[in-house]
Design a protein around this ligand. Structure first.
Ligand code: CUA
Length: 179
């Protein structure tokens, strides 16, 4: 029984039971399988992107994003007051995650590449691009950078997939891809 102290306290001097060896072997092999799946999905899954991460303060990130929005806002989204920003192809684009929104709305051109920078101004959020199912973690004090080349036009939703409080389910954003 586990609740009574073992008779022989030098447990590491006991011989391994056959069952233990079997379980250790299974666990080890399963660990290798799981590890190789990460590499496999990275290469074939098209969802686990190669990204870079840099340190940045929330203030500095907000400033860069606002600068971009100021220069390239083309309209407002309906009557929401959220700017729709259309940065030049090939440029660095910034997207803020904060309680509880993705700011601003981006408008990108199909078959053009952009360096997308993501960071949070408060705490952890999750960037999930729908319906492509691209997922990235977004943390304050780090900016995540991915190269993005949209290959179809349309309206893509951004869902926050890390629980971030009472407004988590309303934390939705948008990226337009146009010709
Ligand atoms: Cu942000 Cu959940």
């Amino acid at each position: 029984m586990a609740i009574t102290p073992p008779e022989n306290k030098l447990w590491w001097k006991e011989p391994l039971h056959r069952m233990e060896i079997i379980w250790i072997t299974i666990a080890f092999l399963w660990g290798l399988v799981m590890f190789s799946t990460m590499i496999y999905w990275h290469i074939t899954g098209e969802q686990n992107l190669s990204n870079e991460a840099y340190r940045i303060t929330p203030d500095a990130f907000a400033e860069k994003t606002e600068e971009m929005a100021e220069a390239y806002t083309v309209r407002e989204e309906g009557d929401t007051g959220i700017p729709v920003v259309r940065p030049p192809p090939g440029s660095d684009v910034y997207l803020i995650a904060r309680l509880w929104e993705w700011w601003p709305i981006l408008e990108l051109e199909k078959d053009q590449s952009y360096r997308l920078h993501l960071s949070s101004l408060d705490w952890q959020h999750g960037f999930s691009l729908q319906p492509t199912n691209i997922n990235l973690q977004v943390h304050p004090n780090y900016e995540m950078v991915v190269t993005l080349t949209p290959n179809e036009t349309g309206e893509f939703g951004i869902v926050c997939n890390e629980f971030c409080g009472i407004g988590h389910h309303q934390m939705l954003g948008k990226i337009y891809v146009v010709e």
